[in-house]
Design a protein around this ligand. Sequence first.
Ligand code: NAP
Length: 540
Amino acid sequence: MSANGSSLRPEADVLIVGGGFAGLYALYKLRSEGFSAQLLEANNGLGGVWYANRYPGARCDTPSLQYSFSFSDELQQEWHWPEAYSSQKDILRYVDYVVEKYGLRPFIACGQRVTRAAFDETANFWTVDTADGQRRSAKFLVMATGCLSATFDPPLRGLAEFKGDVVRTSDWPLSGFSVEGKAVALVGTGSSGVQATPLLAQQARRLFVVQRTPNYSIPLRNRTLDVSDPSVRDWKENYASRREAALRTGGYELYLGPAPIPGCLVSEEEREQEFERRWAMGGGLSFMSTYSDMKSDPEVNAQASNFIRRKIRETVKDPHVAERLVPEIALGAKRICADTGYYETFNRPNVDLIDLRSEPLVTVTADSLRTTARDVKVDTIVLALGFDAVTGAFSKIDIQGRSGRRLAEAWQAGPSTYLGMTIAGFPNMFLVTGPGSPSILTNGVISGEQGVNWIAECLAMLRQRNLERIEATPSAQARWVDHVNAIGAGSLLHTANSYAVGANVPGKPRCILPYAGSASSYRELCATIAADSYRGFSLR
Ligand code: NAP
């Protein structure tokens, strides 16, 4: 028996934690490469965040022809997305289809929440414990736990006293939950809250939208897609080159149209016309791709921000409400939202805005939200408070590396990784879309594939060279963290309090969580490091 109490031979080559897009692709890829891989998923079903986020209005705001696996042309040709931006239901249908098509089911265990993972230094493998008391072992651990998957307990004073229903968008009741005829407070106006608002308003008797910081939202302008739709046929005929082109973009998302030029090179009038055109087209990707300097040129950024502010004022009839919905932050400082009738919803007689900047929440009571200005009686509270992003899923597992060093301790002041995929002191463990990778700033499906491909290549190299262990060196990791911080310092992300800097979770150290440079440069860097004999890693 080894120090961890397991037999000296691990049961599998690889244990994958997480059954979202990245984990499922890891399972497919690693098994195709001849590794014995198993996947553990905490939920009772697959799809990761898409399994849990069943709130009314949940849909992907990246075009589905792009927010889908790219690894198999057969798959992308045969699958039909019925809408340009798919509903959560259709995304799960797709996930199931992929699992069945590639025969992945026998290698997956659902309802297995990983609570502890420890590296056995003597035998060079990981033992992994699940909440039901089982212990498994594998030579390598792939953490595909998601960068927007970990919920966190809301610090809303008095919430425990509330006698009505409290539901979260991030783990909406599986059995369904209706707000029909109810008085509802929806707290949070990020992508989830913005998507849920119009649908909750249609069902509820009264809806109070509780906003702390207004953000920008663009009309999604979703539409149904017929198999014979020319745009679908065009994508399918050109899928290979489009996927390639997407990998060369900053976020692995391709906007079809002329390559964006810097907005600073054209007149203000021309920019205004182009913003109008993009607004009419719909979608955050289209709007943010208008100019290459949307986030970097202060004048272009201010004009784009003001353009949306004007749209909000034009849409919302009550000028007082409109003014409170107008964001102060710069466009791009937080991820832009995409909606279907969000601002219009505030024109409904049953909808009210509670702006916490002008009327801070004093407490939740048994039957109300008490602000400094009023007592708002509600019978349901919907929390759309987001996620403990990027690092949250790791914090929920007791991860112990070499010499029993805990990840929680190593990351006390903020996460440190090498390439966002490995951690010094934690050999043979890989993170997919981890901190220090572009993760939340990209098309997550493609980012997952990129990370998994790199990991699979690395494992194949270790196998080929008969090596037992790979670990980031502390110096390479320190240089990577400096690089991530330097790039992050030049980005707009630092100018707002968002999950990208850990500001939404009380007590979380404020630091830039994603790699804020271009995803395509990141991908090249990862490939270069691998080609350079895995520079920055110790191998043995
Ligand atoms: P989010 O963007 O982090 O928004 C959370 C909201 O809750 C914010 O408005 C935040 O206000 C508010 N909030 C947090 N703590 C609060 C508190 N104590 N009191 C009052 N308000 C509080 O979370 P999300 O909407 O779930 O979206 C997260 C990310 O998930 C998105 O950016 C996107 O990447 C992804 N997502 C994607 C889709 C899609 O593809 N369609 C849909 C949903 C989510 P502050 O801004 O003041 O912190």
